[in-house]
Structures are given as structure tokens and as C-alpha cells.
Design a protein around this ligand. Sequence first.
Ligand code: PGA
Length: 254
Amino acid sequence: MRTPIIAGNWKMHKTINEAVELASSVSDATAVLDGVEVIIAPPFTALSRVAEALPADGRVQLAAQNCYCEGQGAYTGEVAPAMLVDAGCSHVILGHSERRQLFGESNELINRKTHAALDAGLRVILCIGETLDERESGRMFEVLKDQTAEGLKGLTPEQMDQVVIAYEPVWAIGTGRTASADQAEEAHSFVRGLIAGLFDKPVSEKVRILYGGSVKPDNVDGLMAQQNVDGALVGGASLKADDFARIMNFSVEA
Ligand code: PGA
């Protein structure tokens, strides 16, 4: 049994005070939640203040949205994995499509970041996903294969315990056009198969694969009902406490 994860990616939103307020609402909403891991990813500037505001029992975990692949040094504007640990993070999101598309991050760089983050003791949420053009030209599986194999290159099966995959089709991010439950399941089961090939079956059965891309209160249940969908990485709807609370309380009952 894989414990589901609901993660909120706040992107470049929220001042420190706004972030603390939203984090408090999220933690209130988790007070009676059972059997779901909740993660929030505020912007860098708010991380340490949000960490202080979160309940000590760890029922809301903290992620950063990116990090660099070096421990320290002359890398103006970058943040080291150990700095994120110091700020109270347990997780880091890597390889988000906005990092890939807007900031030119390659699979190779994302792989180096993944190693650096794991070495510093962070858990990694590795994002993969095809563009609309890649899907429509029949290259989706090839793209997912490259992003998965190259992103996870050199990791041990033990390290895979600290890795979560997020399948986020680029055409579904921030567009309101979510993948259908069937499309998500098709990609997720493909990625789980890839991981079985790269590592082994037990690793592939343990790894959580989240879906991301316009997850909302009204589509989360259908997505979560899929066998290989183990959670959601939520952008826009994670900025609204009520919507995020409904998503955390997804229901897969018929
Ligand atoms: P969205 O973003 O929910 O706003 O589509 C998801 C993401 O980019 O992680």
C-alpha cells in the first residue's frame, strides 16, 4: 500500500505573512486527516517562517521548489540543498516543467540536483511530463522515458525510497485542461514500468507517482481512483485553503 501524497506548489506566490497564514490554514485542515501525507512548497523567502509556524508533529511537510546541485560556493542567486534542510525543508521539487522550459534545465542538471538533494538528506519530488507537441507527435513515451531514466541515473534502490515522481503533462499545467483519469493512469503505469526496468519491481511498487496539472476539487476524486495515481501535485488550487483542503480530503468511494 502506498500512502497518498497531496502536495501544494505555491510557485512564485505569497509574501512571508501570506504564506504563514495559508500554511496555518493548511495545517488546521490536516488536524483530522488520516492516511495522507501533505506537503506544501512556498517560495524560498517564506520557508523558514512557514517551518516555524507548522505543527511539530510533521503532519504538514515543507518542500522547496528548486535547489542547486552544489553544496556551497560562488553561485550567485542559487540555493544549496543543505540550506533548505537548515530552513526546515524535508523535500525539494526538482525538474518542474517551468524550470525546464523557462530556465532551460536539462535532464543532466536535474539529475545532478537530485543527487545533491538526496546527499543532503532531502526527499526529492522529481517532475516529468510531455508537452502538447510531444504528445500529439507520438513522442510522449520517449520523453517520459528519457526524463525518468536520466533524472534517476546513478541512484541506488535505497535512494529511491526518498524519491517521489510527479507526472505533470505540460499542456495541463495552469491551463484548466486536466488529463483525463485514463490519460493519467496510462502515463503513470508506463512510468511505474520504467522504474521496474531501471531498478526492480519492489522499487517500482513502492514509489509514489503523483499527478499534476490543473488538479481541482472537482477532478481529484477521479484521478485518485486510478490504481497508479498515488497523489497530486497541485499548483493554482493549492493557493486557496478551501480548495486544497477538499483535495486533501479526496474520496475514492464509488
Ligand atoms: P496547476 O500547476 O495545478 O496550476 O496546473 C501544477 C504544477 O505546476 O505543479
